[in-house]
Design a protein around this ligand. Structure first.
Ligand SMILES: [Zn+2]
Length: 277
C-alpha cells in the first residue's frame, strides 16, 4: 500500500525550544498535524484529518479562542487534507474511509470535507465527544466539525492481539492491513492506527506522545511539551502506561514497527522532506 504523509495543519505556539527542543526560547515553535493518506484496494483511506477548510477559512465558527491562542494555527487552506488530495490527482469522494485516532478539534476538522466517507472511531471516543460532559470536553470536541452527520463506524476494543496490544482488526469495509490499537489516556477512546506497509507496520500514535524522542526515552521531551501533554490528558495513569508500552514495542520490535505521532515535525520530515513554514 502506498502511504502519503501529509501535514494538514501547522501550529506555531510560543515557547520555542520548550516545545520543539531546538535552540532559542523567544520564538515560535512549529508543530504539524501529521495525517496519512493510504492508497488501498478499498479506495483512499485518510488517517486523521487535521484542520478542515471551514476551520481555516472561518476559524471562529469551530475553533475556540483558547485553542487559537495556545497553538497559533497558520490557517493555510492549501494544507487541508482535501486540497492535498486534489493536488495528488484524486477527487474528494475517492476518500472512502477516515480513521481517526481521536475526535479532538485538530484531528476531526477535515471530516466535513469528506462527507461521503465512513468515519471509523473508537466507541468510547465517540461517546465522550457526543456527551461533552466536562468543560474541557466542550473545548476540545466541536460539534460544528461533524454537523454534516458523518457515517460513523464505532468499535469497542476487541481482544485480538497485535504485538502484545489489544487491537480492533476488522474495520468495516477495510482490509486487515489497517487496524485500531487502543492507546487511551489523552482522551478516553484515543487509539493508534496501524497500517501495514509491506513487511513492516507504521503505527500512527496520534497524541499518545508528542515528541520524537519519547518512544525511546521518557525523559526525552521538552519541558513545555511535557506540561502541555499533562494539561490536555483525560486519564494520566492510562496515558503514561501506554507510553511505557510503546517504548517496549519500539525496543522489542523497532525493526517491524515504526511509530509516528500527530504533531512532531521531525518525524514528518523523515517521510516528507519539504521544510515547514
Ligand atoms: Zn492533537
Amino acid at each position: 500500500m502506498r502511504v502519503h504523509h501529509l501535514n494538514c495543519g501547522t501550529l506555531r505556539p510560543f515557547g520555542g525550544g520548550l516545545v520543539d527542543g531546538r535552540a532559542g526560547l523567544l520564538r515560535k515553535a512549529t508543530m504539524v498535524c501529521h495525517c496519512l493518506l493510504v492508497e488501498t484496494d478499498d479506495g483512499l483511506v485518510l488517517v486523521d484529518s487535521g484542520l478542515g477548510v471551514d476551520d481555516v477559512t472561518n476559524p471562529d465558527a469551530s475553533l475556540p479562542r483558547f485553542f487559537q491562542r495556545i497553538t497559533q494555527p497558520v490557517f493555510e487552506v492549501g494544507e487541508t487534507a482535501v486540497r492535498q488530495v486534489v493536488r495528488l490527482g484524486y477527487r474528494p469522494e475517492d476518500v472512502r474511509h477516515v480513521v481517526l485516532t481521536h475526535l479532538d478539534l485538530d484531528h476531526a476538522g477535515g471530516l466535513r470535507d469528506f462527507p461521503h466517507a465512513k468515519v471509523h472511531v473508537h466507541a468510547a471516543e465517540h461517546r465522550g465527544a457526543m456527551a461533552r460532559a466536562t468543560a474541557a470536553d466542550r473545548r476540545r470536541f466541536r460539534p460544528a466539525q461533524w454537523s454534516h452527520g458523518p457515517d460513523w463506524q464505532t468499535y469497542e476494543t476487541a481482544g485480538e492481539r497485535w504485538f502484545g496490544f489489544e487491537a480492533v482488526h476488522e474495520l468495516n469495509g477495510l482490509a486487515a492491513d489497517i487496524l485500531m490499537v487502543p492507546l487511551a489516556g489523552h482522551t478516553l477512546g484515543h487509539t493508534g492506527v496501524a497500517v501495514r506497509t509491506g513487511p513492516t507496520w507504521l503505527l500512527h500514535c496520534g497524541d499518545a506522545y508528542f515528541f520524537h524522542g519519547e518512544p525511546r526515552s521518557a525523559d526525552d521531551c521538552p519541558r513545555g511539551l511535557r506540561l502541555f501533554q499533562r494539561l490536555v490528558e483525560t486519564d494520566r495513569a492510562a496515558r503514561l502506561s501506554n507510553q511505557d508500552r510503546l517504548r517496549t514495542l519500539v525496543a522489542d520490535h523497532g525493526d517491524e514497527v515504526e511509530t509516528i505521532s500527530a504533531h512532531d515535525p521531525v518525524e514528518l520530515h523523515r517521510y516528507q522532506p519539504q521544510p515547514t513554514p
